[in-house]
Design a protein around this ligand. Sequence first.
Ligand SMILES: [Zn+2]
Length: 139
Amino acid sequence: MNLAPVTIGRLVHAARRARANAYAPYSRFAVGAAALAADGRIFSGCNVENGSFGLTICAERNALAAMIAAGQRPVAMAIVTRDGKATPCGACRQVLAEFAPDLPIILASETDDGITVHRLTELLPALFRFPPGGETSQK
Ligand SMILES: [Zn+2]
């Protein structure tokens, strides 16, 4: 999927707005994500940390969950961090790949300098698929 500059701009803007609401008192690393649906709607999320650190939820999975709850599937996602260089964590890569293995991933900062577009297959070249190995029967 080729993303038009206007589409990238809309997604990055939505991710920046979500990032402003990030709850990150422990890491101070605010993240915003915005996922584009095939119907043009955008679903956004921010990271939500917790004092029990393992319960922290990433911006990417929050945005994706809102989209899935609305019956949509992702066709692109923008992620905004301080410097625009952070890529999704391994857990988010795997969860995103469940719905769109070759999802375009836009990385951006709070400025329009240095926006980059990646593919999920590039970030997660050997995703886990169930059943492992493609077997259809279970023992
Ligand atoms: Zn993550």
